[in-house]
Design a protein around this ligand. Sequence first.
Ligand code: C5P
Length: 223
Amino acid sequence: TSGVIIAMDGPSGTGKSTVSRRLAAALDASYLDTGAMYRAATVWVLDNGIDPDDVDAVGGSVRGLELRVGTDPSQETVSVAGADVTGPIRGAAVTAAVSAVSAVPAVREKLVAMQREIARSADRIVVEGRDIGTVVLTDADVKIYLTATAETRAARRNEQNITEGRGDDFAAVLADVERRDRADSTRALSPLRPADDSVPVDTSELSMDEVIDTLLTLVHERT
Ligand code: C5P
């Protein structure tokens, strides 16, 4: 009994999370944000006073990580050791350290196993991340690779920063987008790249509604 699995990969700033959540809601499916899981592991590492660049220490600490993640597309819930970390996982310290933590083999091993189990037990699920179609769920029914130019992605994030009162600094945001792209696509373990059988969707020139329409058409064609 295997349900329908939709893999959503791509770099940050493509609108991937909003798109994935809305797609899941439209399909009456569950939603798994794997980035939130790497962020939660990073909260655990930082709260334990571990240097995120110390591979052995990070790897050792992850054994004690007790992580729970919800799959309701209308409400995100993430907890670490029983404490709600839904807010803290979006903080600047976590964002700065998450690339290092997510590059540690023991971290990926543990989280990938959890992701497979959650996806397997779902009736229908949209799973969002970087390596879902290439590593985690290679037999997904539909694989989407969302892209947008670095400038488009930085402009969107900068707008979001302004709206949320975090200031206006396009150059710094663009540099951060490019740094994270580089870190995620050049790492040895599960680098960010499109799966051979994924469908690329460039969101640079599309509205959110147009992106959702495109994806719903794709999903209906393939499932
Ligand atoms: O999607 P989000 O920006 O929240 O992901 C945070 C970080 O988690 C990414 O920059 C990446 O380093 C890592 N990540 C990953 N594999 C995934 C999802 C996220 O390595 N499947």
